[in-house]
Design a protein around this ligand. Structure first.
Ligand SMILES: NC(=O)c1ccc[n+]([C@@H]2O[C@H](COP(=O)([O-])OP(=O)(O)OC[C@H]3O[C@@H](n4cnc5c(N)ncnc54)[C@H](OP(=O)(O)O)[C@@H]3O)[C@@H](O)[C@H]2O)c1
Length: 340
């Protein structure tokens, strides 16, 4: 069975591309359809390697020289991947190292790598895929912030038509869960890798768990202390959204739980979390931490669209009816501002 080359149309830069691992990586990248740019110090060896693999261009310079490195990146067009293999190791027992050797080792292996990252970043396409599960107010605002930062592709997922409609204005793509399986769609659109990050903005509101639905309904009828116990012990195993997040995120990716979770009895898929080396972030919003970042965005330009964020503005007296409509997803009610 033949398969499509994986790097067609992409540019791979290999610093240390004239020998060893760098050269072999260049060869593999070429076999996958990439254009390669090779850099190393020795010009003859570099030209030989370039002929060998059919490199697009070469640059002979010492990558520990920050000025030369900057000049190299400034002269490049867009790039997709960078690999640094040189310089070689410095095998000296730690206790025998003098200060100069320590400085050299750090310059070769830490400072140079940082300079490469700094030089390459502006030449690389905005990165990654962010999936947001749940296009309620939180998911919708997360989508707006990602759109404002403009540094990734954002896919919004929901089942409510009005929410999907709003999401279309800010997200790069939307997935209607009534029609498509987000896990499948995201996998297909990320060459099988999965999303780099998933925000679960659904939490306990997730559809798909009859036990939790019953528990939440029951808790609504119980006096508060009993309701609290019930919610803590039985009412919160609505893991449909979290399981979707676990399946959708790529290996080593990040899941951020903004949807509220509680209780202790949830059977979380620890095996997949462990196997996929997923990073989990969660917790109450640290509002004060973000105030200095958010306040400057509340300007007349209104980049996050806060002025039009509320779908309804109602008097306080209309609150009970509004809550009911909100819960039943009626009247396009997504975010309500109550005016006292
Ligand atoms: N972690 C592991 O398991 C593992 C395993 C194998 C290797 N390694 C490490 O991976 C690195 C690459 O190994 P390798 O076998 O591919 O080495 P290699 O065959 O010596 O190739 C190193 C490449 O880097 C270039 N280079 C070295 N210093 C440079 C500098 N200052 N500026 C620009 N280019 C420079 C060299 O060309 P010029 O000399 O012409 O500049 C050459 O193209 C080494 O640091 C090695 O220790 C790690």
């Amino acid at each position: 069975m033949t398969r499509e080359p994986q790097l067609l149309g992409q540019t791979v830069v290999l610093i240390g591309g004239s020998a060893g691992i760098g050269l072999e990586t260049a060869r593999l990248a070429r076999a996958e359809g990439a254009e390669v740019v090779l850099a190393a110090r020795n010009p003859e060896r570099l030209e030989q390697a370039a002929r060998d693999v059919g490199a697009r261009s070469t640059a002979a310079f010492d990558a520990t020289d920050a000025g030369a490195l900057k000049q190299f990146f400034d002269g490049l067009g867009p790039i997709d991947h960078v690999l640094v293999t040189g310089p070689g190791p410095s095998y000296v027992p730690l206790l025998e190292m003098n200060a100069e050797q320590v400085r050299d080792a750090l310059a070769d292996h830490v400072v140079m790598a940082l300079d490469v990252a700094r030089g390459a970043a502006p030449k690389m396409p905005p990165g990654g895929t962010l999936v947001i599960l749940g296009m309620g107010p939180i998911g919708s605002m997360a989508c707006r912030v990602a759109h404002h930062l403009n540094d990734c592709r954002v896919i919004g997922v929901d089942i409510v038509p009005e929410r999907l409609q709003r999401a279309r204005e800010m997200c790069s793509d939307v997935i209607d869960m009534n029609l498509d399986d987000p896990v499948e769609v995201v996998r297909e659109s990320t060459d099988g890798r999965g999303a780099d990050a998933v925000i679960d903005a659904v939490g306990m509101e997730a559809h798909g768990s009859p036990i939790a639905t019953a528990a939440q309904t029951a808790a609504g009828f119980l006096p508060p202390p009993m309701a609290r116990v019930m919610m803590k012990n039985a009412g919160v195993d609505r893991l449909a959204a979290l399981n979707t997040a676990i399946a959708t995120v790529r290996r080593g990716g990040t899941i951020s739980l903004s949807g509220v979770y509680g209780g202790a009895a949830d059977p979380i898929n620890m095996m997949t979390l462990f196997d996929k080396q997923i990073q989990l972030r969660m917790g109450q919003a640290n509002v004060k931490r973000w105030v200095p970042d958010i306040l400057p965005l509340l300007t007349d330009d209104d980049p996050l669209g806060t002025e039009s964020f509320a779908t309804h503005r109602l008097p306080l007296l209309a609150a009970p009816e509004a809550y009911e409509k909100f819960q039943k997803k009626q009247d396009g009610m997504i975010k309500v501002v109550l005016t006292p």
